[in-house]
Design a protein. Structure first.
Length: 395
């Protein structure tokens, strides 16, 4: 019977493979078969010994983990219900993470501080595939802004509880954290200071500049073009360009040197991030103000409001969702770009990334990279939800 004829039969439904599911299942299955799930190292720097899932877990553990993954694969291929897809994706992530933790416990001798048990290629690919499945399911569910933030908080809370419990203490990344815990806290604070400090400075300058561009349309193209040119300069190049004038300033003005304004360190990083942050804030401020209804502005003037009151109590309030979208772009961008600041002595979590690269220690790289990715993702979700909530209130 042809598909056209089958569609005419009441209750008949053709089974249809989900294209995304096919790609994710194929990638996950290939990784599980051909790549190691765990890499065992007798110490931090020696080449690792790859182990499959079956080699590091007892039979019941291997069966349980593969069963969860098999169910997730079937749901990804055949089930369209978004709730079911999200549930099996989260169960799959938990199963893979617990399998890696169990492998670390099994392979680490009691009291040993030297061996390293690192997640292998299969672990990372399975985690990415399951994460993409969860993201696809969340997109299909179309959750509101509050629910998205709640889901994020639940995920971060579960991960925090697992880390506090010591579930992953025998994995190599956590071994690196145990060695660098005091320094990690310092670099994390520095990372946040650089990211949020440059954002605050850019907002103080970018918002008035965006209002000026909106009020002076003839000057707008030149200002935005200049900011766009700055945006195209590579981060390393901009850091290097700023080192010379800031170094000269520190040499000429002792007070500047005492305040930390030097050719290396946090100063060139903050200035560079400030310059990179201007374009999204200015452009989104202009776009948000252009969306404000002229009728609303005229009504505010008709009520006797001054130009300043109209701007602060009407125009900027109505433009706030679009402006927040620009702030979200800047914050996510800055959290990532602060990583490069470590190359000029600016500190931040990038210090672990580049130290790990220099020492060929991938676990040290991950110690810096994983929190950076988590921070950027969390900032994007929260600010995106806030912008959407404000847009709904405005509507």
């Amino acid at each position: 019977m042809s598909s056209a004829a089958l569609r005419t039969v009441p209750g008949a439904r053709l089974a249809r493979l989900d294209p995304l599911g096919v790609v994710l299942v194929a990638a996950g299955a290939a990784a599980l078969v051909f790549l190691p799930f765990i890499v065992f190292k007798s110490n931090r720097i020696v080449p690792g010994d790859p182990r499959t899932l079956a080699q590091v877990l007892p039979a019941w553990g291997t069966l349980g983990c593969t069963s969860v993954l098999a169910v997730a694969a079937l749901v990804a291929l055949w089930i369209e219900d978004a709730r079911a897809r999200l549930l099996v994706a989260l169960l799959g992530v938990a199963s893979v993470a617990l399998a890696a933790a169990a492998a670390g416990d099994a392979l680490t001798p009691a009291g040993d501080k030297i061996v390293r048990v690192a997640p292998g290629g299969a672990f990372w690919i399975l985690t990415v595939c399951l994460g993409l499945l969860a993201t696809d399911a969340t997109t299909r569910l179309r959750p509101g802004p509050g629910l998205r933030v709640l889901l994020l908080a639940a995920a971060l809370g579960a991960a925090g509880l697992a880390l506090a419990h010591g579930t992953f203490d025998h994995l190599s990344v956590m071994r690196e954290y145990a060695v660098n815990s005091v320094r990690f806290a310092h670099e994390a604070r520095q990372h946040l200071r650089l990211a949020f400090g440059s954002l605050a400075a850019a907002a103080l300058v970018g918002l008035p500049l965006g209002v000026f561009c909106h009020r002076r349309p003839r000057l707008r193209p030149g200002i935005l073009a200049t900011l766009n040119v700055i945006e195209t300069i590579p981060a390393i190049a901009l850091f290097g360009i700023l080192m010379a004038p800031l170094g000269a300033l520190a040499a000429a003005v002792p007070l500047a040197d005492r305040l930390g304004i030097r050719g290396i360190g946090a100063a060139p990083a903050v200035v560079a991030l400030f310059l990179y942050s201007l374009l999204p804030i200015v452009a989104n401020t202009v776009a948000g103000l252009k969306r404000v209804s002229r009728a609303a502005v005229e009504a505010a003037h008709g009520m006797g409001m001054t130009d300043w009151q109209v701007l602060t109590k009407v125009e900027l309030i109505l433009a706030l969702p679009v402006i927040l979208t620009g702030v979200r772009v800047v914050l996510v961008q800055n959290i990532g770009m602060v990583t490069v600041a470590a190359l000029i002595g600016g500190g931040g979590l990038g210090a672990f990334v580049f130290q790990g690269i220099g020492q060929t220690a991938i676990d040290l790289v991950l110690l810096g990279a994983i929190p950076i990715v988590t921070l950027a993702f969390a900032a994007a979700v929260v600010l995106d939800a806030l912008a959407e909530a404000l847009d709904r209130v405005k509507a």
